[in-house]
Design a protein around this ligand. Structure first.
Ligand code: HEM
Length: 195
């Protein structure tokens, strides 16, 4: 059964599903960055008390959306727009995207494992998934996973800053339509810059 082309990706641009997932997740990751910055700079301040309550459920949403997006990306792989530029740049772009998907799935997984090993409560969308224990299930693993979540969380934001910089470079310097393929879909002209 062939899918209507505006939903699926094609070599000229991304379809509605990929674009909704991309920009919806971009907003959630921006929100997650805000909650992390406020937590790191003003823990238990008035703003932190409001924002931190969303960190777990938004992080969990990013987790299942990233899995969905990975599956959708694989199903559309053969008809997606090809990466533009020098072969080395194309290889780096593939590597960067794989790292982004991996971190978007790993990071929330570590957040949830942190709660499990530390014996903390875990409430997602208002549902208690884990209740607080009297002691950590594994204090060593709890600390390790907690440190890894913190380090990889900030690393993810740095990687995303690089991703945004590269998208702007394609748009403003190479002018090759890469960004437009994600904003306008298949109506985007794919002009080669001849570099
Ligand atoms: C893509 C999703 C996520 C990102 C990017 C992210 C990012 C971060 C970052 C950067 C920090 C460090 C903040 C600081 O330096 O104080 C942090 C802390 C934390 N995160 Fe996440 N996180 C995500 C998902 C989750 C999930 C799903 C959970 C729980 C199920 C979670 C639970 C926590 C907890 C408990 C802390 C520690 C707070 C503290 O020590 O005060 N995170 N997160």
């Amino acid at each position: 059964m062939s899918m209507p082309s505006r939903w699926a990706d094609n070599p000229h641009g991304y379809g509605l599903v990929s674009r909704a997932l991309h920009w919806g997740m971009a907003l959630m990751i921006l929100w997650q960055l805000l909650t992390a910055i406020v937590r790191a700079t003003a823990e238990h301040g008035a703003l932190d008390n409001v924002l931190w309550g969303t960190h777990v459920s938004v992080g969990f949403t990013i987790w299942w959306l990233a899995i969905l997006r990975g599956v959708w990306g694989l199903a559309n792989l053969s008809r997606r727009p090809a990466h533009e530029g020098h072969p080395l740049m194309r290889g780096a772009a593939t590597l960067g995207h794989v790292a982004l998907y991996a971190l978007l799935i790993l990071e929330p997984t570590l957040g949830m494992l942190r709660a499990f090993f530390k014996g903390r409560e875990l409430v997602i969308y208002g549902f208690p998934i884990l209740v607080r224990g009297d002691a950590p299930r594994n204090a060593v693993l709890g600390s390790f996973v907690s440190e890894a979540h913190e380090f990889l969380g900030w690393s993810l934001f740095v990687l995303i800053a690089g991703h945004i910089a590269m998208a702007l470079w394609h748009h403003l310097v190479r002018r090759d339509g890469t960004l437009r393929a994600m904003t306008h879909g298949s109506t985007a002209p794919r002009l080669r810059a001849g570099i």
